[in-house]
Design a protein around this ligand. Structure first.
Ligand code: DC
Length: 193
């Protein structure tokens, strides 16, 4: 069976948690596509070259989950040749036998416009910053400033900007617990299987 769940949304919206939960519940493979851009930025040197020669070991590097790594990822992600180099891998992953969940910024719009389920997971910037701050610590106001900066860069870039696909289901998790958000997403997938 081939079945793709495309999940997009801004930083710290809860899309990663939802993607992992759906993969576990339905037995799908999961790809956190943000990790690809984080790994490209972490390699240093020419980002286009890094994207073209990315290996699974690059995704295991320590430090890929930090705020700084996210900011660096957001910068290299605006380079068209970097995005182009990562398309085939993501599309192959999406159509693998047994079903797949991919989460990112452009999965429903560019990578898998034919996905069986498209979710756009969002939440207010304040709530997303609060969640990231609980996870990583630091100064909450600074975390909020970084969240806003990354939102702006991801949404305003010329290529594959962050936006919901026209047929995506919008899931606003601002006032939802993790359990509620996961339950809603599970119900949507179950209804399409
Ligand atoms: O989801 P994340 O925070 O790990 O993503 C890090 C950055 O990578 C994000 O700010 C923008 C970029 N990204 C992207 O452009 N397209 C994707 N499909 C996933 C991430």
């Amino acid at each position: 069976m081939r079945f793709t769940v495309a999940i997009d949304g801004p930083a710290a919206s809860g899309k990663g948690t939802i993607a992992r939960a759906l993969a576990a519940r339905f037995g799908f493979a999961h790809l956190d596509t943000g990790l690809l851009y984080r790994a490209v930025a972490a390699r240093g040197g020419d980002p286009v070259e890094a994207a073209r020669s990315l290996t699974p070991a690059d995704l295991e590097r320590p430090g890929l989950r930090t705020l700084a790594a996210g900011q660096a990822a957001s910068r290299v992600a605006a380079i068209p040749e970097v995005r182009a180099a990562l398309v085939a891998f993501q599309r192959d992953f999406a159509r693998r036998e047994g079903g797949a969940v991919l989460d990112g910024r452009d999965i429903g719009t560019v990578i898998c416009p034919e996905a069986e389920v498209k979710l756009f997971v969002t939440a207010s910037p304040e709530m997303r910053a609060h969640r990231r701050w609980l996870e990583l610590g630091g100064d909450e106001a600074e975390v909020l400033a970084q969240v806003r900066e990354r939102d702006r860069r991801d949404a305003e870039r010329a290529i594959a900007p962050l936006r919901p696909a026209p047929d995506a289901v919008i899931l606003d998790t601002t006032l939802m617990s993790v359990e509620e958000a996961v339950a809603k997403a599970e119900a949507i997938v179950a209804s399409r299987l």
